[in-house]
Design a protein around this ligand. Structure first.
Ligand code: GLP
Length: 260
């Protein structure tokens, strides 16, 4: 794992955008995995700006999103379809027929999940998956106790996650209980995982994921097994890392050819 601690979320988001944009420039037909939540919004803002000012070209890119709520129409304001359109897809030149988000209104969830996995495979696999982390250590919507080898499937949200996401719905009672999410095995197949975590609410989850034992009770700890997982943190989310001094030294002394 590469642990990068930046002074704040703005610096971290800028660096995340640089990493994603670098891939798109190098591989115009890259397959990008996107996440939702508050955390990646600034990263998406940077990508939009790079598209507008530097003509960063998304016309050949394929996108896969991590997850979606079951039972929400794509046009529902709290759906992840709406989120992605608002923060990124409507603002760049990505082709809508290359955008993939699990369809929460499907009447055949197992078939929908299998076809999602098939589409990822047919696209050649995901080059870089952007990730946030839940306060309980979840990735996508893989709640604690998720199989570390799981594939795209239905999951039931914990009360904590429904509470964390209540603002978007105007109350916890309106947050769906069920979701479709890429599995931890699906995420592990991505060539690079880029996890962003900001603020004090993520401190514990980050410490457990990076330095705690590998356990299904902290789903993000599976990234300890990933050959290329990058954790992009701010000072607050990194506050409980025992080896912070080492991670900082490593990053500050990267060989020139390895720098972003
Ligand atoms: C939801 C999403 C996750 C995201 C998490 C954290 O559970 N399904 O992909 O990482 O929220 O969200 P935030 O960035 O708002 O803290």
């Amino acid at each position: 794992m590469e642990i990068i601690i930046q002074p704040d979320s703005h610096e971290a988001s800028r660096l995340a955008a640089k990493i994603v944009a670098g891939l798109v420039k190098e591989k115009p037909h890259a397959v990008l995995g996107f996440a939702t939540g508050q955390t990646p919004i600034e990263l998406y803002r940077h990508l939009v700006e790079m598209h507008r000012k530097e003509r960063l070209d998304f016309s050949e890119v394929t996108a896969f999103n991590l997850d979606e709520y079951v039972g929400l129409e794509p046009g529902h304001p709290a759906s992840y379809h709406s989120y992605m359109n608002e923060h990124l897809f409507n603002l760049i030149n990505i082709r809508k027929d290359r955008v993939n988000i699990p369809f929460g209104l499907t009447d055949d969830i197992p078939t929908c999940c299998r076809s999602y996995e098939d589409r990822i495979h047919a696209a050649g696999g995901i080059d870089i998956q952007i990730l946030g982390i839940g306060t309980d250590g979840h990735l996508g919507f893989n709640e604690p106790s998720s199989s570390l080898a799981s594939r795209t499937r239905i999951k039931t949200l914990t009360a904590q996650t429904r509470k964390d996401n209540a603002a978007a719905f105007g109350g916890m009672d309106k947050v769906p209980h069920h979701v479709i999410t890429m599995g931890l095995g699906t995420i592990m197949d991505c060539r690079t995982c880029l996890l962003l975590a900001f603020g004090p609410k993520k401190t514990r989850a980050v410490a457990q994921a990076v330095e705690g034992p590998l356990t299904a009770m902290v789903p993000a700890s599976i990234l300890q097994m990933h050959p290329r997982a990058i954790f992009l943190l701010d000072e607050e989310s990194a506050a409980e890392l025992q080896r912070a001094y080492y991670y900082r030294w490593v990053y500050d002394n990267k060989p020139a050819w390895q720098k972003y």
